[in-house]
Structure formats: structure tokens, C-alpha cells
Design a protein around this ligand. Structure first.
Ligand code: CUA
Length: 324
């Protein structure tokens, strides 16, 4: 089984970082978890070899060996003491790693709140006081070389947040807030995937994490904190958006479109993917998504809009694409 099939998703064409290789860590937290995996695998393999050899000796070995393996001492040592020592050691090792990977945010640490929704990821960047200052969806920007605390929540059912190259995997549970720390050592785009079956199009619930050099990240953040430009509001595409009620589910900052049910579209034109990590974002895929999202991601909560004419579609996608 490859990482790709175990997440239940097929590779969408043309998205950088996808599918994410599960055994190719790109930061210290993913590295520590990767090491835990290999240590567990190695210990399991060693124990298996020892047990198979003991079994062979017990069945076919010389009489002296068979007598020794049938004795009471071997049961106490091999059946009780050995598993207690080995399993306790591995447990303590695993707990030591997870206490660093998944503990409360430290003072001064960058915080991002990610909320699992059916079937996408709501993203909010928090300031030092824990207020949400930037809203986004299905794409997360972080600086390289520093830990980022992800506060994981759910709006409906249990999802699981997993960006294999940057850190561990942690459930997003309704009514709870779990914290997971990720770090990227190199700039790049890292794919992620919901890793807990959450109904319907679960396998099509992805995201990307974009890691920037610190100066580039600061520039990105400063741009996002500026008031939203409103020039595009005069376009016919914005009228199509308005007339079809898109603003009832989607927010565009600086406008009267303030729906909260669906992904925030204030900067949708800048996102790398649409449909929650499943397609590269361009005017063609965007138009296809609006016209017939139910064919692309069956069961998702955005209705298809077959009523839109080709002209309407071109104009509304031009408007959305202009929201950088
Ligand atoms: Cu969300 Cu699976």
C-alpha cells in the first residue's frame, strides 16, 4: 500500500506537493515521528525474528533446546518480563516525542486555527491575544525554520489533520481543541489530507501548506492584513456572484458578502487549489467547479450552478480570480 492509497485519494493533476510522501520528513517534528515509526518497525521486526527462531527450535530443534523452551523460566522471562520492558520503553519514548509535538502553544509562537468542516479546512491566523486576524481556507502559509502551533477544531464530525512531511497526524474533534506543532525547514508546498473518514467526499478533503523564507512570509502577512481592495465590486462578475446568492455562504472581505457556511473567498484568486486541495486553481477549473461541483466532488455542500451561462461563468470566475 502506498501513502496515496492509504489516504483514499488519487493524485490530482498538477498540484505541487501531492501526494505527500509519508516517509520523507521535511522538518524536525515530522523527523521525530518518522524516527518513531522506524524504531517501532525495527523493534517489531527483531521480535518477530526472535519469535520465529524460537518457534523453529521448539518444533524441530535438538531435544535439549526443546526442553529449555518448554521450561517455566522462559515463560516468565520471554512471556512477561521481556514484553513489559520493551513495550514500556517504547511507550515512554513515544510519549516523550508526542509531548513536544502536541503541547499547548508557547508564548510568542505563531498560531493557526484550522477547523475541519465537511469537507474542507477553515483556516484562521491568530494574533498574540488569540484573535483571528486573517481568514482563509484549504491553504496555510508559514515561515520556514520555526515551529507553528496548529489549533485543531471541528465544526461537525471528526476529521484528522495530516501534513505528513511537516508533522504528525491529529484528530479534529467537535467540542475540543487539539494542538499540533509543524515546522518546515525548506520553502516549498507541502500537501495534506483529512485522514479520518468523515463521510461522503472525505477522500477529496485536502489542503496545502506553503512554507516561505521569513522575509517572504512577513511580506505575505503584511499584504493580507491590508484592507481588502473593492474595485472589482463594480465588475459584472461581482453582480453575477451577488445575483446567485453566493454571498449567503461565502465571505469576501470589504463587501456585503458575509456568509460563513462555505470557504472564505477574500483571497480565493491567490489560492493554489480549489475544491479543498483537489484541483489546481485557475479560471478554467474554477468555472468547472461552479458549473458542476457535484460532478467533481459528489456530495459536497456547494450546489452546482447549471443555470449560469458561459458568459456569466467567465465573468464570475474573472471576478473571483481577481481576488488575490
Ligand atoms: Cu474530513 Cu475526512
Amino acid at each position: 500500500m502506498t501513502a496515496q492509497t492509504s489516504t483514499g485519494s488519487s493524485a490530482p493533476p498538477g498540484i505541487a506537493g501531492w501526494p505527500p510522501p509519508a516517509l520523507d520528513p521535511a522538518g524536525p517534528y515530522a523527523g521525530a515521528i518518522n524516527l518513531v515509526s522506524w524504531v517501532l518497525f525495527a523493534m517489531g521486526a527483531i521480535v518477530l525474528v526472535v519469535v520465529v527462531i524460537a518457534l523453529g527450535l521448539a518444533l524441530f530443534g535438538p531435544r535439549k533446546w526443546r526442553a529449555r523452551l518448554g521450561g517455566e523460566k522462559i515463560i516468565w522471562a520471554g512471556g512477561l518480563a521481556f514484553p513489559i520492558v520493551v513495550l514500556s520503553g517504547l511507550l515512554l519514548y513515544g510519549l516523550a516525542v508526542t509531548s513536544k509535538v502536541a503541547s499547548e502553544p508557547l508564548p510568542g509562537e505563531m498560531r493557526v486555527r484550522v477547523t475541519g468542516e465537511m469537507w474542507w479546512f477553515r483556516v484562521a491566523y491568530l494574533d498574540d491575544q488569540g484573535r483571528e486576524v486573517i481568514q482563509d481556507a484549504n491553504e496555510i502559509h508559514i515561515p520556514v525554520g520555526e515551529p507553528v502551533a496548529f489549533e485543531l477544531e471541528s465544526a461537525d464530525v471528526i476529521h484528522s489533520f495530516w501534513v505528513p512531511r511537516l508533522g504528525g497526524k491529529l484528530d479534529m474533534i467537535p467540542g475540543r481543541r487539539n494542538v499540533l506543532r509543524l515546522q518546515a525547514d525548506q520553502p516549498g508546498v507541502y500537501g495534506g489530507q483529512c485522514a479520518e473518514y468523515c463521510g461522503g467526499p472525505h477522500a477529496l478533503m485536502g489542503l496545502v501548506v506553503v512554507a516561505h523564507e521569513p522575509a517572504d512570509f512577513e511580506a505575505w502577512r503584511a499584504r493580507r492584513l491590508l484592507p481588502a481592495p473593492t474595485a472589482a465590486l463594480a465588475s459584472r462578475g461581482a453582480q453575477v456572484f451577488d445575483a446567485n446568492g453566493c454571498g449567503a455562504c461565502h465571505t469576501v472581505a470589504g463587501t456585503t458578502f458575509n456568509g460563513l457556511a462555505g470557504p472564505d473567498l477574500s483571497h480565493v484568486g491567490a489560492r493554489r487549489t480549489i475544491g479543498a486541495g483537489i484541483m489546481p486553481n485557475n479560471q478554467g477549473t474554477l468555472a468547472g467547479w461552479i458549473a458542476d461541483s457535484q460532478a467533481i466532488k459528489p456530495g459536497n455542500r456547494m450546489p452546482s450552478y447549471p443555470v449560469l451561462t458561459g458568459q456569466d461563468l467567465r465573468e464570475v470566475t474573472a471576478y473571483l480570480d481577481s481576488l488575490k
